[in-house]
Design a protein around this ligand. Structure first.
Ligand SMILES: [Zn+2]
Length: 85
């Protein structure tokens, strides 16, 4: 059985959800998505704006997006440094 990443419960209804998107606080659909194990409860609640699960999902997606940007930024910086050498 998988562990739900949101509530941390290990229940039979946990399955890997792929490409979950949500609405951010500006009301836009997120560009990035989340893939990972979630139980049915968290999965359905994450689609309802304002729930704890929605917030969790959004933070996960946004967090991943920020990490992505930082990754790109640092690799760009590395290339820049390499050119200076
Ligand atoms: Zn859950």
């Amino acid at each position: 059985m998988l562990l739900c990443e949101c509530c941390g419960e290990r229940t039979p209804d946990v399955s890997t959800r792929v490409g979950l998107r949500t609405i951010d606080f500006a009301g836009h659909r997120t560009i990035n998505n989340f893939s990972g194990p979630l139980c049915n409860t968290c999965w359905s609640k994450s689609r309802v704006f304002g729930t704890r699960e929605h917030r969790w999902l959004l933070e996960h997606i946004e967090g991943a997006a920020i990490a992505d940007q930082l990754g790109k930024h640092s690799s760009g910086l590395e290339r820049h440094r390499a050119r200076l050498r």
